[in-house]
Ligand binder design. Sequence first.
Ligand code: GRF
Length: 210
Amino acid sequence: MARAPVHVGILASGRGSNALALIRAVERGYITGAVIDVLLSDKPDARALSMAEEHGVRTRLLEPASGQTREEYDARLLSALEECGVAPGKNPLVALAGFMRILSPSFVGRFSGRMMNIHPSLLPAFPGLRAQEQALKRGVKVAGCTVHFVVPDVDAGPIIVQKAVLVREGDDLDALSARILRQEHRIYPLAVKLYVEGRLRLQGGRVAVG
Ligand code: GRF
C-alpha cells in the first residue's frame, strides 16, 4: 500500500538556499512521497519567500508583532502551518532552513521527531550563531554540517546526517562557509528523503538509519 504523503512546511528567515535545495529535490523526484505545502518566513525581505513563489510553493509571511511572547508567536505559526496542511496528525514534517527564531518547547513538542534543522558545523561542536566563524577561530582542521531533529535545546537534537569538510590553510570565512554550504545542499535533501522513506528510527536520543 502506498504511504501517505509527508506534508512539509519549510521555515526560513533569509537567503533560502537550503529551502531551494529541498524544493528542487522534490521537483526533480529525488524525494518522492512528499509535498511542500508552504514556505513560511518571519522576515518580509527574505529571499526565501520570492524564491519559493518562483517555484510555485505557497508562502506565508508571519512577522512577529511587538510585545508578542514567543508562545504567542508560535501559536500563530502552528495555526498557519495547519491552515496550509502541515498539521500534527497529518504526517507533517517541519524543515527549519535558516529560521532565525528559537522555538518554544510547546511548539517543538507538537512536532517531536517531525522537525529537522540544518546547522553549519559538525555538532555537537559549535552550536549557536556563526558556527563557521567559531570553527575558524578554534583552528579546527575539519568542519562540516549537520541535519538533526529539533529538541527544545538549540542545536542539540538527535543527529540524522553529517558531512565533513576540510579546512584549508588560508581559508577565510567566506571560503569555508561556501564549502560547507555546498554540502548542506546535499545532506538536507538526503535527510528529508530518508525520513520520507521511513528509514529513520529514533532510539534513545540517537537516530538509526535503515
Ligand atoms: C545555513 O548555513 C544553515 O546551515 C543555517 O543558516 C544558513 C541558512 O542559509 N542554519 P540559507 O538561508 O539556507 O541559504
